[in-house]
Design a protein around this ligand. Sequence first.
Ligand code: 6PG
Length: 256
Amino acid sequence: MTAPTQVRVFYRPEDLFEASAEELILTANAAVRTNGVFNVALSGGSTPKSLYALLASKPAGTIPWGETRFFFGDERHVPPDHRDSNYRMANEAMLSLVAVPKNVFRVPAEAKEATAAAEQYEHTLREAFRLEANQFPRFDLILLGLGPDGHTASLFPNTAALGEKSRLVVANWVEKFKTYRITLTLPVINNAAKILFLVSGKDKAPALSSIFTPTSDPNNFPAKWVMPTDGELLWFVTQDAAAELRTKGDASFQSE
Ligand code: 6PG
């Protein structure tokens, strides 16, 4: 059963990050109590860096790091030490400070061919979640960001990955960057128990408004395709990012 989308609007980015940290802590401890493990997919870009640093600063015992398994929602086609690497950003901000190395499952994006990296990461997921052939992993939490063009993970507008229905991970050609990105597919994302979008900045306001406009085309704003089949969808957004939100649709809105 899917709960209605929740949108929380924060006046200050620091309030958004604190609330996001609380949400992750709550989810992590609940997952470990229930299943003995917390499987989380980290998002890339720049917004989540403050969240990762905040999490790393929390007192020992707040987060069950030893039982947390870190995956990535997407990765650029670059080595792990490259300045554009999502792994490098998360590792510097958090993972190197708190994670047990064997619990970090990064995308092998140093592979010469992006398709090989995607295939290898799909295999990693199948092994880590002990999946049968036609099963999708169910993450306890997937963190996502939003690009000004409405992309999320590396699901960019009108790209091939949007139509993927069976693969877990694909290499997605992004024409505007003239490069491949490696990304979780929508069936994986929508199979999550909880999805948390972190959106900050006025440059995201038009895309956010389009995503919450019932008549907009999700292929032009791929984050709109994110609809968990049996899970919670949370949007934590700053006031400037929410400035153009006209329709509330069936989402429940809360201003902090
Ligand atoms: C990436 C991310 C991407 C990101 C958005 C927002 O690899 O860049 O996965 O989907 O979340 O582009 O990025 P910012 O948070 O930097 O605005």
